[in-house]
Design a protein around this ligand. Sequence first.
Ligand SMILES: [Fe+2]
Ligand SMILES: [Fe+2]
Length: 192
Amino acid sequence: MKNKRKNSKKRSNKNKFYSKKTSKSVLDEIIRVDHAGEFGATRIYEGQIAVFGKNSKIGKTIQHMADQEQEHIETFEKLIIKNRVRPTAFLPIWNITGFALGAATALMGEKAAMACTVAVEAVIGNHYDEQAKILGADQKKLKKTILKFKEDELEHHDIGMKHDAENAPAYKILSKVITAGCKTAIAISKKI
Ligand SMILES: [Fe+2]
Ligand SMILES: [Fe+2]
């Protein structure tokens, strides 16, 4: 009996080791945090557009990024429903802080708004990259989606760089604070 138990334990460990299946808890965390992040991104750009106006030159550039974020959030809204994932309880907070971050950086000027984009998109781009590595072979479609979105986020990052983000006032501090804020938001949204 003891031996039998031992063998079955061995077998299950072996299966675990060779398993290419993404666990439900990992999948839930990935979908929850990405849904939260994309929602936050739409709110940041909305905050910036509210300050600059959508018909200004910079407003149009931001609108292009906002349109892609809209596609991203709609995709994760569908995934939340399909996979029965509980969205983060912090959505109302990201709703306000996202918009406030966008509006505040826009009020500091175009370069500061772009510095915000650079910081946020760098964190999200890296985060998508890490997730793509974690996902098992059973989640090929989601992996493809995440890698496609990562390319969009890196494009946003590059748009920010092209718009002189690094010459924003207090760029280093601004960038550090926003990066830290994003990482905290990610840690919270994964679990809560
Ligand atoms: Fe996005
Ligand atoms: Fe983005």
